[in-house]
Design a protein around this ligand. Structure first.
Ligand code: ADP
Length: 155
């Protein structure tokens, strides 16, 4: 099973969308293995968004992400990285598919309510960036009997 990082961005916190968004991941059948509320600082954000460092909107993005606390979550599941990206929808929320989190809940490129790791490689790096090993939990989820087939459960 894969693990992936999701951040509920400041706009999700301010707009009271925490329960709605967490509920979508839960209903999908994903397993929550870590969750923490935190304030992001400049150092962590510059590392997390290093691929955007030369973009004109970069300083604005940093300010936005530090404007209130965020909630970091680690979700686990078979092919979880891709499944979570599909649930989140494309970056520009105005053009994201209806049914996706961004498509249903946001109108902005910047204020797009969630971050989700974009590859298995980045997910491994990002989960470690936001969570200590002891803050991630291994446990059996009884609903797995009905979420996955027998062979899928062993992957
Ligand atoms: P994603 O979050 O979909 O993986 P990126 O990694 O390209 O997308 O961008 C990271 C975040 O930077 C976006 O989620 C969004 O908040 C912000 N961002 C991206 N492009 C723009 C833009 N053109 N203008 C303003 N903010 C942007």
């Amino acid at each position: 099973m894969e693990r992936t990082l999701v951040l509920l961005k400041p706009d999700a916190i301010q707009r009271g969308l925490i329960g709605e968004i967490v509920g979508r991941f839960e209903k999908k059948g994903l397993k929550l293995v870590g969750m923490r509320m935190m304030r992001l600082d400049d150092v962590l954000l510059k590392e997390h968004y290093s691929h955007l460092a030369d973009k004109p909107f970069f300083p604005m993005s940093l300010n936005f992400m530090m404007s209130s606390p965020v909630i970091a979550m680690c979700w686990e599941g078979l092919g979880a990285v891709n499944a979570v990206r599909i649930l989140c929808g494309t970056t520009n929320a105005r053009e994201a598919d209806a049914g996706s989190i961004r498509g249903d809940l946001a109108m902005s490129i910047q204020c797009n309510v969630v971050h989700a790791s974009d590859s298995v490689e980045n997910a491994n790096i990002e989960v470690k960036r936001f969570f200590k090993k002891e803050d991630l939990f291994d446990y059996k989820k009884s609903e797995y009997l009905h979420v996955y087939s027998e062979d899928e459960r062993e992957k």
